[in-house]
Ligand binder design. Sequence first.
Ligand code: GLV
Length: 325
Amino acid sequence: MHIVIAHSDAGAGHAWRHELAARLPGARLALDPATPDGRDTAAEPAGAGTANGFAAEYAVGWAPPADFFERHPGLRAFFAAGAGVDRLMRHPGLPAGLPVVRLEDAGMGPLMAEYCLHELLRIAGRHDAYAALQAQRRWEELPAIARQDLPVGVFGVGVLGAQVARHLGAAGFTVRGFARSPRRVEGVEVMHGPDGWRAFLAATRVLILLAPLTAETENAIDAAALDALRPGGWLVNIARGALVVDADLIAALDTGRLAGATLDVFREEPLPPAHPFWTHPRIRVTPHVSGPTLVSVSAAQVVEGLAAMRRGEPPRGLVDRRRGY
Ligand code: GLV
């Protein structure tokens, strides 16, 4: 089996090669020569090369270069080294019929749940307000916000969103979910459809975004959506920046309609230094770290997916190309 690795981050590319090599001793693995540091092939099994002629049957990677699919015409599947495949779906060279498989959780779920819980506890405990008071050397006790006054709405209850919703529910928060189609998540009321969307927003004070970025979800969080939330709400975006209309978010924060936002993802990453999100007093910025890809767990999932494909079965995480995730 020939596998080519195309990762936009050199360190991650090497880590993937190492983890896959340990699990697939008979496979030939090569880093794509056009990816950073792709010429270092020293650790590969004899015979594997990184020349463009390497006849790869499978690819694993993140943000493959523009001519990648042209140079690897024999691919049987592309395994994305991440949960979100929106960028790959927009790759102009991605062959229409090529199966794309995305990571389903791979250790991200519990980390994302903890990230959200941390934010909820900060909100409930008024920690941002205390930070502002500290800066003024003011000793002042503020009323905490009770958990029942912080109903949470998780937009997108797929594999990751469902875990986040269940985790927050177990921590004592009232959690609702919204999904594109009817879905069951134990202990969580999941809404769908246009009426469900309105009811979901109206019931939510802390809106957590975990939906995939598709033509349907792009800009879904606009002025109207933010205005439909319970007054004094928060937005936590750990999905994709383009779900949110940036200017509408800033306007909602400036008018006080929204109390705060925690943003881990952005339309442009790294977030440009001049972007107003950096300095907005009601925005907390983290650099796309809520759900890191744990390469060893992810490699195990890819190996499982390869085995399924070779048995002629659909792998876990197979992307529906029409739906876009
Ligand atoms: C990260 O953003 C991912 O899609 O895994």
